[in-house]
Design a protein. Structure first.
Length: 228
């Protein structure tokens, strides 16, 4: 088995609602290995997206640890600046809504993480063109998001997520706004990145068709993670 790269240890998340506490996550223990492909299923409100945000350091847990890498470094011991750099260089995020910048072309959107990481404009453009060509979007690189179909927009979002060759892609309902044909194409692409490039993938979804294509599937219920 490949080494563990991401591990949640007794992860909890609670919110205050009036005088009560709402427990969204209840002591989650969970790991992702290098080159892994994992799905987390569950009903709306089960805590799937909350868990994904904690694993991706987009939100802080109430208690517990999120550790990364072979040395299992506790990410929450990093400064905000270190976490921001870690997210940009090590993780790739893809959401149901693509969050492309409407005033930028496809290639300019994809270039952004590379520019933030300190690449020159020429270097970033070269990397972006390479990944867009790989994804079959080479003929659309100068089009703005409004000029692209939903499936094309999501492919651009995935290209942006993987331009720096992250260790792990975190995907939250990435096909939720797509029809079945485009959803299948996007999943084909994500699985190709996993199997062809060895990028680990963690998908949060309510779609059983997607889950059937994934190696390892968990179900989130009442704030707990169960093996399907």
């Amino acid at each position: 088995m490949e080494p563990v790269i991401l591990q949640a240890k007794m992860l909890t998340k609670s919110f205050k609602r009036d005088s009560d506490s709402v427990h969204v996550l209840r002591g989650i223990n969970f790991s992702v290995h290098e080159k892994d492909c994992v799905a987390i299923m569950g009903a709306s409100g089960a805590g799937k997206s909350t868990l994904l945000h904690l694993l991706g350091t987009l939100d802080r847990p109430t208690s517990g640890q999120v550790c990364f890498g072979v040395n299992q470094v506790d990410l929450w011991k990093k400064s905000d600046e270190e976490l921001s750099r870690f997210r940009n260089e090590t993780l790739g995020f893809v959401f149901q809504f693509h969050y492309l910048l409407p005033e930028f072309s496809a290639i300019e959107n994809v270039m952004l993480p590379a520019l933030v990481a300190g690449k020159t404009d020429r270097q970033a453009r070269g990397l972006a063109k390479e990944i867009l060509d790989f994804m079959g979007m080479g003929h659309r690189i100068e089009h703005r998001p409004a000029e692209l179909s939903g499936g094309e927009q999501q492919r651009v979002a995935i290209a942006r997520a993987v331009i720096l060759k992250p260790k792990l892609i975190l995907a939250d309902e990435l096909t939720g706004n797509l029809d079945s044909e485009n959803g299948k194409k996007v999943m084909d692409l994500l699985l190709h990145l996993n199997q062809g490039l060895g990028i680990a993938v963690l998908i949060v979804t309510h779609d059983a068709e997607i889950a059937r294509r994934i190696k390892r599937v968990y179900t989130m219920k009442d704030g707990e993670l169960l093996t399907s």
